[in-house]
Design a protein around this ligand. Structure first.
Ligand code: ADP
Length: 186
């Protein structure tokens, strides 16, 4: 079974929902940089204060900051027996993907699968507006979709070139999408 997996796709595609389900059924660590950053914001830590304004604008927080978060979690996981993980929301640009590659090389691990969740813009917009999170208003959403196209979408090519990418139709019921993804892990 594949147990080192990345979730890639636009905001609203359901990465968090699907990663959480899969992590539960396959006993994998779910690592969501968005969730971890929101927890820092809620805790009012220095890190959270730095991230809050950037997140509210729908921009990306600094690579150094998210990388530090991801590094500490993956090192912890490797030290505690090297179980698998699902990364959701990271990497979000090519420099983050390159940094992840060298981190994994250090840990002696490799990505086994990149799940690309595909969904129409109209449906994405509808889902995000319905969610009502603080950074889910029209203007910020539009900006997050732009940031996705400009900075994150190049990762499709990046992981395609490495033979790791598997596109998945992210439309329809949560349960049907999760069956499609589950089948890819083997
Ligand atoms: P969504 O998938 O709906 O865009 P996330 O929960 O993944 O939401 O992320 C929310 C916000 O957190 C992003 O808009 C961004 O500001 C910040 N963020 C999350 N992950 C990263 C990352 N890897 N690099 C930079 N910023 C990030």
């Amino acid at each position: 079974m594949k147990q080192r997996v990345l979730f890639l796709g636009p905001p609203g595609a359901g990465k968090g929902t699907q990663a959480q389900l899969l992590a539960g059924s396959r006993q994998l660590l779910h690592l969501s940089t968005g969730d971890l950053l929101r927890a820092e914001v809620a805790a009012g830590s220095a890190l959270g204060q730095e991230a809050a304004a950037v997140m509210a604008r729908g921009e990306l927080v600094s690579d150094a900051l998210v990388l530090a978060i991801v590094r500490s979690r993956l090192e912890q996981q490797a030290a505690s027996g090297g179980g698998g993980w699902l990364l959701d929301g990271f990497p979000r640009n090519v420099p983050q993907a390159e940094a992840l590659e060298s981190l994994l090389e250090e840990l002696g691990q490799q990505i086994e699968l990149v799940v690309l969740m595909e969904l129409d813009d109209a449906v994405l917009l509808q889902r995000l507006l319905g969610r009502g999170r603080e950074d889910d208003n029209q203007e910020v959403i539009r900006h997050r979709l732009e940031v996705y196209r400009d900075q994150t979408a190049p990762l499709i090519r990046f992981y395609g070139d490495r033979g790791l990418l598997q596109p998945v139709d992210a439309s329809g019921e949560v349960e049907s999408v999760s069956q499609r993804i589950d089948a890819l892990l083997g």
